[in-house]
Design a protein around this ligand. Structure first.
Ligand code: DC
Length: 231
């Protein structure tokens, strides 16, 4: 049975480009909780599978691959490792996002990473960010949030993030990729992106990062008992 004094699992889900990673990291820091980016796991596994020459459309190849790899998100450094190799510096490329969106629709990969994520959060005390944390990974998470923003705002945010690294990137390309990713993430058969019925919905359009963080932190602190445990 779960201890009444257990520190919470805070689930933060939402579509791409909504600012989940930045917000979740800051929330974890403010609440002195660990932070786990599950998207980083899908991205790193996708890159590793491609590096290993795995056919990303073959469930049997992906299943064999998942049985032999070890994935670790280091909550101290925020770095992601596959078989001890550091993938952190490669996972933010548009290519990694595209491959992650592909493999995250495959059953063997989802089953594997959901297992890794449940293990990582089983003792609570974690802010976990993704698409299916409040619905599948931790349906009984103590506090759940669903962050959203208008498609044009999400495109703008993702464009600004990518343009910082690659000034020649075009807004229309980011927009097209975002639409494609949204379509794939919401229409796949297994764990499609959807809001958990008991998740707190935050439309972040027009809000600053600090305002979103403040809202989440205050909500967690207001939950009976949690203020004394984690903050
Ligand atoms: O959040 P992100 O952009 O880093 O996620 C990369 C891809 O991984 C995205 O297409 C959706 C997928 N993903 C998922 O299916 N489930 C998660 N819990 C996290 C990410």
């Amino acid at each position: 049975m779960r201890s009444p004094k257990r520190r919470p699992v805070v689930a933060i889900d939402g579509p791409s480009g909504v600012g989940k990673t930045t917000v979740s990291r800051l929330v974890a820091r403010r609440l002195s909780l660990s932070y786990i980016d599950t998207g980083a796991m899908y991205r790193a596994v996708a890159l590793r599978a491609e590096d290993d020459g795995i056919d990303l459309t073959s469930d049997s190849e992906l299943e064999r691959f998942c049985k032999r790899v070890d994935v670790c998100f280091d909550t101290e450094s925020g770095r992601i490792f596959v078989d001890g190799e550091d993938y952190t510096d490669r996972i933010r490329s548009p290519r990694a996002g595209e491959l992650a969106s592909m493999v995250s629709a495959r059953k063997p990969v989802r089953e594997f990473l959901v297992g890794v994520q449940r293990e990582a959060g089983k003792n609570g005390g974690v802010v976990m960010e993704g698409r299916d944390i409040g619905t599948v990974v931790f349906p009984d998470a103590e506090v759940k949030f669903f962050l959203d923003a208008s498609p044009s705002e999400r495109t703008r945010r993702r464009y600004l993030e990518l343009a910082g690294k690659n000034p020649s990137i075009r807004l229309e390309d980011v927009e097209r990729e975002m639409e494609e990713r949204d379509r794939r993430d919401t229409s796949r058969d297994i764990s499609p992106l959807r809001r958990a019925g008991d998740a707190i919905y935050i439309d972040t359009t027009g809000l600053t990062i600090e305002e979103v963080v403040e809202r989440i932190v205050n909500t967690v602190k207001e939950r009976p008992g949690y203020g004394d445990i984690c903050c």
